[in-house]
Design a protein around this ligand. Structure first.
Ligand code: FAD
Length: 496
């Protein structure tokens, strides 16, 4: 209720926020979570909560009147279409040089992501989070995060036999014939459910291509894991369609300004609450935007000059390859990725063998590469335009393209194949206009202390992907979760 006071307020309900809420509640602290997206707990007119990847509708995009599909073209033809403006699940947030895809709703990115739950190789951890004790992370917090998220491995015998992973087996064959290391990656999908999907005994979800706009069955999103546990404590309240616009010091507490939205994105009410402690968990972009604005507009002038810095795209770049007719990748492709090609040490790229669930045979192999891109961008406040900007440049993807080529040029040469040029435009090979993995903007040990306490203010914390300086060498959510587990442990012990 307006004017209410809470001991702990969490902004955002993604990985960092969900970990914070659960652990605080278990420690006996009442928590209120504010989430700008919808609750995603009510079916639409088709009886389903989430739309299919192949048939986007108003539920699919955050406040857009036209879809902005990551693969914008097929056989060269643009595939985007008009949709009603709605508080949908996937935000394709456009900055000057990059579109940053993010989940919107209770569960954050877990609602829309591929569920790939990858713990980085131990020897690479020092380059990811240099100030964090790796022993603690690998002995305690990565295992805790994997358990909390419900991470498991695919049954490889089944994977080897099933039609919906034909595309991944083609990916393995081509990787191994070129001498690359092909690695299975864990996931949060319920593999027993997927086996039943294939057997035809339950409604199809991953096997029907559900992913980008939500998954109606087998994926263990945060709604089913951390947030379900958090709610079960009886100490966590969640308000959906509530967007935080300000956090200001007020008599030893913080005053939080909130806008309540309707499903067209219109502000229907503004509210104020106070809190003793505030956790910024609005995601790398959401947290960075809030802090950059609050510092620049004099609301939180004591934040240091590291705010907004150190932002990276995890080196994301996409491409497709055209296979020969004897290498079909399958008309039915499970939307849940299971594997990657690891050429990080030699070429700076880890390529996930991704599905292209179009429902027809395309003879295409599709990949999302994570690369060691060195560029870092900065958020800044544009007072004339009244918005936060990001100075990323599209040309900064070139190192990522070069690193991805360390894998795919070699595979193409070996297989006698070529790149697809029809997926991102007409005669355009590289999907270099986007990222799924925003990281940084309030970097650990720079904008905050070594546990996420913001410099300049006691009782303000960052606990999401904004802490991580731009790259994790693999898909990021397990690292975001494990770091949040580590930080909240210390914060509860020392600050409450
Ligand atoms: P988020 O999960 O982004 O949560 C932040 C939440 O805060 C959001 O719900 C947002 O709506 C809310 N919010 C923002 N601003 C405000 C505000 N002002 N007020 C209130 N609420 C606010 N990672 C992997 O590891 N494996 C994968 O397979 C994978 N696949 C992906 C596929 C796609 C299509 C996308 C988009 C991402 C994928 N990711 C994947 C990335 C992963 O989902 C993110 O790294 C992760 O969700 C980030 O966690 P977070 O806690 O930092 O923030």
């Amino acid at each position: 209720p307006p004017g209410a006071h809470v001991p702990a307020l969490v902004i955002g309900t993604g990985y960092g926020g969900s970990v914070a809420a659960l652990r605080l509640a278990q420690a006996g602290i009442d928590v209120h979570m504010l989430e700008m997206g919808m609750a995603w707990d009510t079916p639409g007119s088709d009886g389903k909560i989430f739309a299919n990847t192949t048939a986007p509708d108003q539920r699919s995009y955050w406040l857009r009147t036209r879809t902005k599909q990551p693969l914008s073209n097929f056989l060269g033809f643009p595939i985007d279409k008009d949709i009603p403006r709605y508080t949908g699940i996937l935000d394709a947030e456009e900055f000057g040089g990059i579109a940053v895809y993010q989940g919107r709703g209770v569960g954050g990115g877990s609602l829309v992501n591929g569920g790939m739950a990858v713990t980085p190789r131990r020897e690479r951890f020092g380059a990811i989070l240099p100030t964090v004790n790796a022993d603690e992370m690998y002995n305690v917090y990565y295992p805790r995060a994997n358990a909390g998220l419900g991470v498991t491995n695919v049954d490889q015998a089944w994977w080897n036999s099933v039609a919906c992973y034909q595309y991944a087996r083609v990916g393995r064959k081509h990787a191994e014939r070129s001498g690359f290391s092909f690695v299975f990656v864990p996931n949060v999908y319920d593999w027993e459910y997927m086996k039943q999907e294939v057997a035809g005994t339950v409604p199809k979800s991953a096997v029907a291509g559900e992913l980008l706009y939500g998954n109606n069955a087998g994926k263990k999103t945060l709604q089913k894991t951390y947030l379900a546990q958090a709610k079960a404590t009886g100490r966590v309240a969640i308000s959906a369609l509530h967007r935080v616009t300000s956090v200001a010091p007020a008599n030893g507490r913080y005053a939080i300004a909130v806008e309540q939205l309707d499903t067209t994105g219109t502000v229907v009410a503004t509210k104020n609450v106070t809190a003793d402690k505030v956790f910024f968990a609005a995601g790398s972009v959401g947290t960075s935007k809030l802090l950059t604005k609050l510092k620049a507009t004099g609301v939180l002038p004591g934040l240091n000059n590291e705010i907004g810095k150190g932002w990276g795209d995890n080196g994301n770049v996409m491409c497709g390859r055209a296979n020969h007719l004897w290498d079909p990748t399958g008309a039915v492709q499970a939307s849940i990725p299971t594997a990657g090609i690891d050429n990080w040490d030699a070429g700076g790229a880890f390529a996930e063998v991704a599905p292209l669930p179009t429902g027809i045979e395309t003879y295409a192999s599709f990949y999302l590469s994570i690369t060691r891109n060195p560029h870092r961008a900065q958020f800044s406040w544009n007072s004339a335009a009244n918005r936060v900007e990001l100075n990323w440049q599209t040309a900064w993807k070139q190192p990522s393209i070069d690193m991805a080529k360390s894998i795919f040029d070699k595979i193409n040469a070996k297989e006698g194949t070529i790149y697809r040029t029809d997926l991102f435009g007409v005669y355009k090979i590289w999907g270099d206009h986007l990222t799924y993995h925003p990281l940084g903007g309030a970097v650990l040990g720079k904008a905050t202390d070594n546990h996420g306490r913001l410099h300049g203010y006691s009782g303000l914390y960052v606990i999401d992907g904004a802490l991580i300086p731009g790259n994790t060498s693999v898909n990021p959510f397990v690292t975001i979760t494990a770091l949040a587990e580590r930080n909240i442990d210390r914060i509860i012990a020392a600050d409450f």
